[in-house]
Structures are given as C-alpha cells and as structure tokens.
Design a protein around this ligand. Structure first.
Ligand code: FAD
Length: 387
C-alpha cells in the first residue's frame, strides 16, 4: 500500500519553491495538479479495490496538512476534488455503491470541482437562487455561481440550482464541455490566489434528469444522517488540516527565524528573549488544542460514532480560528520583516484568513454550536435570515 504521507512530503518539497510566484502572479498551479495526477494523489482516496490509493480520512488530512505548508492554494483547490471523492469512498466501504462511476472517472484522470455558491446571494445548503426550469427530460438552467475552485482545470462540475416549480434544491453533475456552461476568471483576491476559484456561468444549460443526483425540499425538516455526516466531516477535517498546515509552516518559519537572528547589541539570538518564548508558547497553545480536536474527531469516527453537526462545526471553527491567531503571533515574533514579500510569512498571513469563509462560516458555526449547547433546535427562530 502506498505511503501517502511520504508522497505528500515529496510533492510539498517540489511545490514549495514555486508557491511565492503562484501567489504573486495569482495564477493557477496547473503543473502541481498535473504532478498530483501523475503520482496518483488525486485518486489516493478512491478504494484500492477500484484502482485507487485507499487513503482514509486520517491519511488524507495528514497529507493535505503537509501540502498546505508548501503551497496552500494547491492544497485547498485540490481539496475540493478530494474531499467529495473521499466521502463517497467511505460510503462505498459501507456498502453504498452509487459513486462507482465517479471513481472510474477519477482514476482515469478526471478532475472534479463544483460550486454550491450563488454569485449574487452566497451559499445556502438548503436552497439556491439559481433557477432550474423543468423541461421534458430535465431542466434548463441560467445563472451564475461563484467560488468554483479548480475551475481552470476541472473536467466534471457539480452545482446546485432550484427547481422553479417545486423549489427543490437540485444537486447535479455535468461535463465541462456541456453547451452553455462556461468558467470565467474573476479570482483576484487577497488570499488563496492560486486556487482558480472562478465564476461559473450557465447560459440556458440543459441539465438532464439523469445528471441530477439529489433533490431536496427546502421546506422539509433538515436530515442529518450518515451520508450528510460523512460529507461534512470529510470537508471540515480536510479544510481544518489545510489551515493548520499553513499555521504550522508559519510557526516553523518564525521559530527558525528567531533562532537564527541576533539583534544589534544582544549577545544571544532573539529566541532567547522571554517575549519570544512566550509567543512560541502561545502559538503552541493555539494550535495543539485544534490539532487534538482533529485527532479526536478522527478517532471517534474511526470507532463508528456518527458525529453531530455541532461536533464537526466546532472542529472546523476552532481550527481555522486557531490557525489565524497563530499566524498573527508568528508575524509578531518575526517583526517588521514579516511583512516583506520576500519572506513567506506574509503569504501565510493572507492565506490563513480565508479559513473563516468555508462552510460553516463563523456566524453559521456559532449558531449551530450555541443552539446545540443550549438544547435549542437549529431551525428555531429567531435566526438569520429571520424575514
Ligand atoms: C478560497 C476559497 C475557495 C472556495 N472554494 C469553493 C468551491 O470550490 N465551491 C464552493 O461552492 N464554494 C467555495 N467557496 C465559497 C464558500 O463556500 C462560501 O460560499 C463563500 O465564501 C461565500 O460565503 P460567505 O459566507 O463568505 O458569504 P455570504 O454567503 O455572502 O454570507 C455573508 C455573511 O453572512 C453570514 N451568513 C450567511 N449565512 C448565514 C446564516 N445562515 N447565519 C448566520 N450568518 C450567515 C456569513 O457568515 C458571512 O459573514 C470558497 C471560498 C473560499 C474563500
């Protein structure tokens, strides 16, 4: 069986030297994705029985953490392909065989990406402002989605739209070359500049009924079952690992920096200043509980526990918040040189800030966690939006 963390370490070594240039140019790292394909990393989570690498969630998370420390954009963009495939693979091991065609596509080199985010109105996992008009044999969709990571290279697209007659939220998959479907480069951002998270334009796109994987009635009570838990757990654990990977890279940089620099008039390196020792402690005290939470979630799931939404959201929220706080502290340790573009710290500082926006965003997580603690139903009013 392949040692995927060793593969990730090798990829990280190759990706690190070009990460600054990718960020500076805001360009998509096509060559990194090609390399990941070449070594089988993009099918690492597919079951070995179906030609994949058999990596479980713990292995996948460890790998993403390593790669994110080298090129966060590459790790985050490919995370959007890997987490869904991995969650489906876990379902396959539990007897759910529906995703087998996707596994076949992925092992043959297909890159999968998607956008559930409506360009004008944002993300709501219960509904969409992109209309899908029923026509014989399927739907006609016109609209615009945003934040579609991997857009420059994806071959297969997942998206959502709402049935204009029933209001049902449709989740569907389409090949990139579907007539009327196009990808537009709108990605000029402060952080994660190499993720190619472009807009997706639907110009009267025909979505056949056979492409619709699921239709959910937004008025029906929210379901939390093994399939939901799986997809959210794979997403949260891997996204948390990406951002913790950035923070760990920043910490390594800051520790080395203060260990190797002696300021004018001092006889010992900066690392010996009590304030630097305290800063290092505070970085560890931010990151270690978050890393422990990731491990706790992995262990509980491996023991067969079906986690609650609040468990998963707490892990994601704690991790991205701790990662950002730790990187802030790293910048303080390094001082004014930390804002120079010639050092990687300012890139870590920008990239790590994007963690708060992945679902559940901070406000959504706080509502879920707080209501669960108080024994209040998540759907209970008042909530946002309340009218
Ligand atoms: C680097 C990056 C890559 C991404 N890649 C993808 C991708 O590949 N595919 C994809 O589908 N999406 C992707 N996303 C998009 C992401 O999932 C969000 O949809 C996007 O960031 C917009 O959501 P938002 O919460 O920031 O903004 P909005 O949805 O516009 O919300 C605005 C504000 O309102 C708050 N809010 C929204 N809903 C609620 C609520 N119910 N309760 C309380 N407060 C609420 C939010 O917290 C936020 O502060 C990516 C995002 C980033 C940053």
């Amino acid at each position: 069986m392949t040692d995927w963390t060793a593969v990730a370490a090798q990829l990280a070594e190759e990706f690190a030297p070009r990460a600054a240039e990718i960020d500076r140019e805001g360009r998509f790292p096509v060559e990194n994705v090609e390399r990941m394909k070449e070594v089988g990393y993009l099918s690492s989570v597919v079951p070995t029985e179906l030609g994949g690498g058999g990596a479980d969630l713990a292995t996948f998370a460890a790998c993403q953490k390593i790669i994110a420390g080298a090129c966060a954009s590459t790790a985050l963009a490919t995370n959007m392909h890997l987490f869904g495939v991995g969650a489906a693979a876990e379902g396959w091991h539990g007897g759910e065989r529906g995703a087998e065609p996707i596994f076949g596509m992925v092992t043959a080199g297909t890159v999968v990406g998607g956008s559930l985010t409506d360009a004008a109105t944002g993300l709501n996992v219960r509904t969409s402002s992109t209309p899908a008009r029923p026509v014989p044999g399927g739907y006609r969709v016109t609209g615009r989605k945003s934040f579609c990571s991997l857009a420059p290279v994806l071959n297969f697209f997942w998206g959502t739209a709402a049935d204009t007659e029933t209001g049902r939220l449709l989740l569907f998959g389409l090949p990139r070359d579907t007539p009327g479907l196009s990808f537009v480069d709108t990605w000029d951002t402060m952080a994660m500049r190499g993720t190619g998270s472009w807009d997706v334009v639907f110009d009267d796109v025909f979505v056949p009924d056979t492409a619709v994987q699921r239709g959910t009635d937004p008025a029906s009570p929210a379901v939390w079952d093994a399939a939901q838990e799986r997809i959210f757990a794979w997403f949260a654990v891997s996204v948390a690992s990406v951002y913790l990977g950035i923070a760990r890279a920043a910490a390594r940089f800051a520790y080395d920096y203060v260990g190797g620099r002696t300021v004018t008039g001092a006889s010992l390196p900066m690392a010996r200043q009590p304030a630097q020792v305290t800063s290092a402690a505070e970085i560890e005290l931010a990151l270690r509980p978050a890393e422990a939470m990731v491990n706790d979630v992995l262990t509980r799931r491996a023991d067969g526990e079906l986690l609650a939404p609040a468990d998963i959201q707490a892990l994601k929220h704690t991790s991205v918040t701790a990662a950002a706080a730790a990187v802030d502290r790293c910048v303080r340790m390094v001082g004014g040189h930390g804002i120079f573009r010639r050092l990687p710290l300012e890139r870590y500082y920008r990239d790590v800030r994007a963690g708060q926006f992945h679902p559940p965003s901070t406000d959504v997580a706080l509502e879920t966690i707080g209501k669960a603690a108080l024994g209040i139903d998540l759907a209970a009013e008042p909530r946002w939006p309340s009218d």
